[in-house]
Design a protein around this ligand. Sequence first.
Ligand code: CUA
Length: 330
Amino acid sequence: RRARLGFALIATATLAACQGPQSTFDPAGTEAARVLDLFWVMLAGATAIWLVVMGISVYATKAHPEAHSEKSGLRLILWGGVAFPVVVLTALLVFGLRMMPDFRAPADGPRIAVSGERFWWRVHYDTPDQPGVAKALSGEGVPSANEVWLPVGQRSEILLGSPDVIHSFWVPNIAGKTDTIPGRINRLVVEPTREGVYNGICAEFCGTAHAQMGFRVRVVSREAYAEKVAAEASPAAVLDHPGRAAFERNGCGACHQVRGTDSNGLVGPDLTHLAARQTLGAGILPVTPENIARFVAFTEHEKPGVQMPDFGMLPETELRDMAAWLGALR
Ligand code: CUA
Protein backbone atom coordinates (compact mmCIF):
# COMPACT_ATOMS: atom_id res chain seq x y z
CA ARG A 1 0.00 0.00 0.00
CA ARG A 2 2.88 2.30 0.79
CA ALA A 3 4.24 1.78 -2.73
CA ARG A 4 0.84 2.65 -4.19
CA LEU A 5 0.67 5.82 -2.07
CA GLY A 6 4.17 6.78 -3.19
CA PHE A 7 3.25 6.21 -6.80
CA ALA A 8 0.11 8.34 -6.42
CA LEU A 9 2.15 11.15 -4.84
CA ILE A 10 4.75 11.07 -7.61
CA ALA A 11 2.06 10.95 -10.30
CA THR A 12 0.24 13.93 -8.75
CA ALA A 13 3.46 15.92 -8.43
CA THR A 14 4.38 15.11 -12.03
CA LEU A 15 0.97 16.13 -13.35
CA ALA A 16 0.96 19.29 -11.22
CA ALA A 17 4.30 20.22 -12.79
CA CYS A 18 2.60 20.04 -16.18
CA GLN A 19 0.29 22.97 -15.39
CA GLY A 20 1.40 26.57 -15.44
CA PRO A 21 2.63 29.46 -17.53
CA GLN A 22 5.40 27.58 -19.35
CA SER A 23 4.14 24.13 -20.22
CA THR A 24 3.33 22.28 -23.43
CA PHE A 25 0.90 20.18 -21.35
CA ASP A 26 -1.33 23.15 -20.60
CA PRO A 27 -2.15 24.53 -24.06
CA ALA A 28 -3.69 28.00 -24.38
CA GLY A 29 -3.48 28.14 -28.14
CA THR A 30 -4.64 26.12 -31.15
CA GLU A 31 -1.08 25.32 -32.27
CA ALA A 32 0.02 24.20 -28.79
CA ALA A 33 -3.08 21.96 -28.51
CA ARG A 34 -2.11 20.36 -31.81
CA VAL A 35 1.45 19.75 -30.62
CA LEU A 36 0.07 18.12 -27.48
CA ASP A 37 -2.29 15.86 -29.48
CA LEU A 38 0.63 14.75 -31.61
CA PHE A 39 2.65 14.01 -28.49
CA TRP A 40 -0.06 11.77 -27.00
CA VAL A 41 -0.57 9.87 -30.25
CA MET A 42 3.17 9.32 -30.65
CA LEU A 43 3.40 8.24 -27.02
CA ALA A 44 0.61 5.70 -27.61
CA GLY A 45 2.36 4.43 -30.75
CA ALA A 46 5.70 4.15 -28.95
CA THR A 47 4.02 2.34 -26.05
CA ALA A 48 2.40 -0.17 -28.42
CA ILE A 49 5.75 -0.90 -30.07
CA TRP A 50 7.47 -1.20 -26.69
CA LEU A 51 4.85 -3.67 -25.46
CA VAL A 52 5.19 -5.82 -28.59
CA VAL A 53 9.00 -5.84 -28.39
CA MET A 54 8.89 -6.71 -24.69
CA GLY A 55 6.33 -9.45 -25.37
CA ILE A 56 8.55 -11.00 -28.02
CA SER A 57 11.59 -10.72 -25.75
CA VAL A 58 9.79 -12.56 -22.96
CA TYR A 59 8.55 -15.17 -25.43
CA ALA A 60 12.07 -15.63 -26.76
CA THR A 61 13.53 -16.35 -23.34
CA LYS A 62 11.22 -19.36 -22.89
CA ALA A 63 11.79 -22.69 -24.58
CA HIS A 64 9.48 -23.14 -27.58
CA PRO A 65 10.52 -26.25 -29.50
CA GLU A 66 7.90 -25.63 -32.18
CA ALA A 67 9.30 -22.14 -32.86
CA HIS A 68 12.70 -23.41 -33.84
CA SER A 69 11.81 -23.98 -37.47
CA GLU A 70 13.33 -21.63 -40.02
CA LYS A 71 9.87 -20.84 -41.39
CA SER A 72 8.45 -19.49 -38.16
CA GLY A 73 11.58 -17.40 -37.63
CA LEU A 74 11.18 -15.83 -41.04
CA ARG A 75 7.50 -15.18 -40.32
CA LEU A 76 8.43 -13.39 -37.11
CA ILE A 77 10.90 -11.16 -38.92
CA LEU A 78 8.43 -10.34 -41.69
CA TRP A 79 5.50 -9.51 -39.43
CA GLY A 80 7.23 -8.20 -36.34
CA GLY A 81 10.32 -6.68 -37.89
CA VAL A 82 8.97 -5.27 -41.17
CA ALA A 83 5.17 -5.14 -41.42
CA PHE A 84 4.46 -3.89 -37.90
CA PRO A 85 6.96 -0.98 -37.89
CA VAL A 86 5.94 0.04 -41.43
CA VAL A 87 2.27 0.19 -40.47
CA VAL A 88 2.86 2.06 -37.20
CA LEU A 89 5.39 4.54 -38.60
CA THR A 90 3.28 5.22 -41.71
CA ALA A 91 0.23 5.86 -39.55
CA LEU A 92 2.21 8.29 -37.39
CA LEU A 93 3.63 10.03 -40.48
CA VAL A 94 0.20 10.50 -42.06
CA PHE A 95 -1.24 11.70 -38.76
CA GLY A 96 1.66 14.13 -38.26
CA LEU A 97 1.50 15.49 -41.82
CA ARG A 98 -2.24 16.09 -41.54
CA MET A 99 -1.56 18.10 -38.41
CA MET A 100 0.96 20.39 -40.07
CA PRO A 101 -0.34 23.94 -40.00
CA ASP A 102 -0.97 25.65 -43.31
CA PHE A 103 1.91 28.12 -43.33
CA ARG A 104 0.21 30.34 -45.90
CA ALA A 105 -3.11 30.52 -44.05
CA PRO A 106 -4.14 34.16 -43.67
CA ALA A 107 -4.25 35.80 -40.25
CA ASP A 108 -7.28 37.81 -39.11
CA GLY A 109 -5.53 39.42 -36.15
CA PRO A 110 -2.72 41.94 -35.79
CA ARG A 111 0.74 41.62 -37.24
CA ILE A 112 3.61 41.90 -34.77
CA ALA A 113 7.31 41.92 -35.63
CA VAL A 114 9.66 40.31 -33.11
CA SER A 115 13.41 40.37 -33.42
CA GLY A 116 15.60 38.08 -31.32
CA GLU A 117 18.74 39.97 -30.31
CA ARG A 118 21.56 39.12 -27.92
CA PHE A 119 19.97 38.84 -25.34
CA TRP A 120 16.49 40.33 -25.48
CA TRP A 121 13.46 40.65 -27.78
CA ARG A 122 12.67 43.71 -29.88
CA VAL A 123 8.93 44.03 -30.50
CA HIS A 124 7.02 46.17 -33.01
CA TYR A 125 3.25 46.33 -32.94
CA ASP A 126 1.30 47.49 -35.93
CA THR A 127 -0.72 50.60 -35.37
CA PRO A 128 -4.36 50.39 -36.49
CA ASP A 129 -3.79 53.11 -39.11
CA GLN A 130 -0.69 51.44 -40.53
CA PRO A 131 -1.81 47.93 -41.34
CA GLY A 132 0.97 45.62 -42.31
CA VAL A 133 3.90 48.00 -42.06
CA ALA A 134 5.71 46.57 -39.09
CA LYS A 135 8.68 44.61 -40.31
CA ALA A 136 11.36 42.96 -38.25
CA LEU A 137 14.31 45.31 -37.75
CA SER A 138 12.83 48.16 -39.77
CA GLY A 139 11.84 50.23 -36.76
CA GLU A 140 8.33 50.76 -38.11
CA GLY A 141 5.23 50.21 -36.03
CA VAL A 142 5.01 50.73 -32.27
CA PRO A 143 8.26 49.78 -30.52
CA SER A 144 8.34 47.76 -27.32
CA ALA A 145 10.48 45.00 -25.86
CA ASN A 146 10.48 41.70 -24.01
CA GLU A 147 6.70 41.43 -23.79
CA VAL A 148 4.26 40.46 -26.53
CA TRP A 149 0.58 41.18 -26.09
CA LEU A 150 -1.86 39.15 -28.16
CA PRO A 151 -5.65 39.30 -28.57
CA VAL A 152 -7.53 36.14 -27.60
CA GLY A 153 -9.45 34.21 -30.27
CA GLN A 154 -7.72 35.83 -33.24
CA ARG A 155 -5.04 34.51 -35.54
CA SER A 156 -2.14 36.90 -35.03
CA GLU A 157 0.82 36.96 -37.35
CA ILE A 158 4.28 37.16 -35.79
CA LEU A 159 7.16 38.05 -38.10
CA LEU A 160 10.44 36.81 -36.70
CA GLY A 161 13.92 38.08 -37.52
CA SER A 162 17.35 38.61 -36.00
CA PRO A 163 20.28 40.99 -36.60
CA ASP A 164 22.98 38.82 -34.99
CA VAL A 165 22.72 35.05 -34.51
CA ILE A 166 19.97 32.44 -34.61
CA HIS A 167 17.54 32.54 -31.70
CA SER A 168 14.28 30.68 -31.34
CA PHE A 169 10.94 32.14 -30.29
CA TRP A 170 9.11 29.68 -28.08
CA VAL A 171 5.98 30.08 -25.95
CA PRO A 172 5.17 26.48 -24.97
CA ASN A 173 1.55 27.21 -24.00
CA ILE A 174 0.79 28.98 -27.28
CA ALA A 175 2.68 27.31 -30.14
CA GLY A 176 5.73 25.34 -31.20
CA LYS A 177 9.08 27.07 -31.55
CA THR A 178 10.17 29.07 -34.58
CA ASP A 179 13.74 30.22 -35.20
CA THR A 180 14.69 33.84 -35.73
CA ILE A 181 17.34 33.76 -38.46
CA PRO A 182 19.57 36.65 -39.58
CA GLY A 183 18.79 37.73 -43.13
CA ARG A 184 15.31 36.27 -43.35
CA ILE A 185 11.87 36.71 -41.87
CA ASN A 186 10.01 33.69 -40.54
CA ARG A 187 6.27 33.82 -40.17
CA LEU A 188 4.42 32.30 -37.24
CA VAL A 189 0.65 32.43 -36.98
CA VAL A 190 -0.73 31.86 -33.49
CA GLU A 191 -4.25 31.64 -32.17
CA PRO A 192 -4.38 32.00 -28.38
CA THR A 193 -7.54 30.50 -26.93
CA ARG A 194 -7.28 31.50 -23.27
CA GLU A 195 -6.44 34.84 -21.64
CA GLY A 196 -3.47 34.82 -19.32
CA VAL A 197 0.23 35.49 -18.89
CA TYR A 198 2.61 32.95 -20.41
CA ASN A 199 6.37 32.62 -20.37
CA GLY A 200 8.39 32.63 -23.56
CA ILE A 201 12.03 31.65 -23.86
CA CYS A 202 14.82 31.61 -26.38
CA ALA A 203 15.11 27.98 -27.49
CA GLU A 204 18.30 28.16 -29.52
CA PHE A 205 21.69 28.54 -27.86
CA CYS A 206 22.88 32.04 -28.79
CA GLY A 207 25.64 32.92 -26.33
CA THR A 208 26.43 33.54 -22.66
CA ALA A 209 23.05 34.94 -21.60
CA HIS A 210 20.95 32.52 -23.70
CA ALA A 211 19.32 31.13 -20.56
CA GLN A 212 18.36 34.67 -19.52
CA MET A 213 16.65 35.58 -22.77
CA GLY A 214 13.05 35.26 -21.71
CA PHE A 215 9.90 37.22 -22.39
CA ARG A 216 6.24 37.36 -21.43
CA VAL A 217 3.22 36.81 -23.62
CA ARG A 218 0.03 38.41 -22.34
CA VAL A 219 -3.15 37.20 -23.96
CA VAL A 220 -5.99 39.66 -23.44
CA SER A 221 -9.37 40.64 -24.94
CA ARG A 222 -9.39 42.44 -28.29
CA GLU A 223 -10.36 45.69 -26.58
CA ALA A 224 -7.54 45.40 -24.04
CA TYR A 225 -5.12 44.65 -26.87
CA ALA A 226 -6.14 47.77 -28.80
CA GLU A 227 -5.80 49.84 -25.62
CA LYS A 228 -2.36 48.40 -24.96
CA VAL A 229 -1.04 49.19 -28.44
CA ALA A 230 -2.40 52.74 -28.18
CA ALA A 231 -0.71 53.11 -24.79
CA GLU A 232 2.59 51.77 -26.15
CA ALA A 233 2.36 54.20 -29.06
CA SER A 234 2.05 57.21 -26.77
CA PRO A 235 5.16 59.08 -25.55
CA ALA A 236 6.46 58.71 -21.98
CA ALA A 237 4.22 60.25 -19.34
CA VAL A 238 6.56 61.20 -16.46
CA LEU A 239 8.95 63.72 -17.97
CA ASP A 240 9.78 66.25 -15.27
CA HIS A 241 12.01 64.29 -12.92
CA PRO A 242 15.64 64.46 -11.70
CA GLY A 243 16.01 60.86 -12.85
CA ARG A 244 15.47 61.94 -16.43
CA ALA A 245 18.38 64.41 -16.15
CA ALA A 246 20.58 61.65 -14.69
CA PHE A 247 19.55 59.30 -17.51
CA GLU A 248 20.46 61.89 -20.13
CA ARG A 249 23.66 63.07 -18.42
CA ASN A 250 25.05 59.56 -18.33
CA GLY A 251 24.42 58.91 -22.00
CA CYS A 252 21.84 56.15 -21.55
CA GLY A 253 19.97 57.59 -24.52
CA ALA A 254 22.75 56.52 -26.87
CA CYS A 255 21.41 52.97 -26.63
CA HIS A 256 17.91 53.32 -25.18
CA GLN A 257 14.87 55.14 -26.44
CA VAL A 258 12.41 56.99 -24.23
CA ARG A 259 9.94 58.49 -26.66
CA GLY A 260 9.00 62.05 -25.75
CA THR A 261 12.58 62.85 -24.70
CA ASP A 262 15.84 63.31 -26.63
CA SER A 263 16.89 59.75 -25.80
CA ASN A 264 16.44 57.91 -29.06
CA GLY A 265 18.99 55.08 -29.08
CA LEU A 266 17.90 51.92 -30.87
CA VAL A 267 20.66 49.56 -29.73
CA GLY A 268 18.95 48.31 -26.57
CA PRO A 269 15.34 47.85 -25.44
CA ASP A 270 12.85 50.72 -25.77
CA LEU A 271 12.20 52.02 -22.24
CA THR A 272 9.29 54.39 -22.97
CA HIS A 273 6.84 52.26 -20.97
CA LEU A 274 9.23 50.08 -19.03
CA ALA A 275 7.12 50.09 -15.85
CA ALA A 276 4.11 48.71 -17.73
CA ARG A 277 6.03 45.48 -18.29
CA GLN A 278 6.20 42.65 -15.82
CA THR A 279 9.90 41.99 -16.13
CA LEU A 280 13.26 43.65 -16.52
CA GLY A 281 16.33 42.42 -18.38
CA ALA A 282 14.31 40.07 -20.65
CA GLY A 283 12.38 38.09 -18.09
CA ILE A 284 14.94 37.94 -15.28
CA LEU A 285 13.66 40.39 -12.61
CA PRO A 286 10.31 41.95 -11.69
CA VAL A 287 10.16 45.64 -12.63
CA THR A 288 10.65 47.64 -9.41
CA PRO A 289 12.82 50.74 -8.81
CA GLU A 290 15.10 48.61 -6.57
CA ASN A 291 15.64 46.03 -9.30
CA ILE A 292 16.21 48.71 -11.94
CA ALA A 293 18.94 50.26 -9.76
CA ARG A 294 20.45 46.82 -9.17
CA PHE A 295 20.41 45.97 -12.86
CA VAL A 296 22.00 49.28 -13.88
CA ALA A 297 24.73 49.06 -11.22
CA PHE A 298 25.51 45.34 -11.46
CA THR A 299 24.54 44.54 -15.03
CA GLU A 300 27.27 42.00 -15.68
CA HIS A 301 26.55 40.26 -12.37
CA GLU A 302 22.77 40.10 -12.90
CA LYS A 303 23.07 39.01 -16.52
CA PRO A 304 26.55 37.77 -17.50
CA GLY A 305 27.26 38.32 -21.18
CA VAL A 306 24.84 41.23 -21.59
CA GLN A 307 25.95 43.98 -24.01
CA MET A 308 25.19 46.82 -21.58
CA PRO A 309 28.15 47.97 -19.45
CA ASP A 310 27.96 48.25 -15.65
CA PHE A 311 27.10 51.68 -14.28
CA GLY A 312 28.20 50.85 -10.74
CA MET A 313 30.32 54.02 -10.63
CA LEU A 314 27.24 56.26 -10.55
CA PRO A 315 26.63 58.17 -7.31
CA GLU A 316 23.89 56.50 -5.31
CA THR A 317 21.48 59.44 -5.45
CA GLU A 318 21.81 59.56 -9.22
CA LEU A 319 21.19 55.82 -9.49
CA ARG A 320 18.17 56.06 -7.20
CA ASP A 321 16.67 59.01 -9.11
CA MET A 322 17.14 57.27 -12.43
CA ALA A 323 15.59 54.03 -11.18
CA ALA A 324 12.64 55.95 -9.71
CA TRP A 325 12.05 57.72 -13.04
CA LEU A 326 12.31 54.58 -15.15
CA GLY A 327 10.17 52.72 -12.62
CA ALA A 328 7.43 55.34 -13.11
CA LEU A 329 7.34 55.10 -16.94
CA ARG A 330 4.04 53.33 -17.32
CU1 CUA B 1 18.71 33.92 -27.90
CU2 CUA B 1 19.23 31.78 -27.09
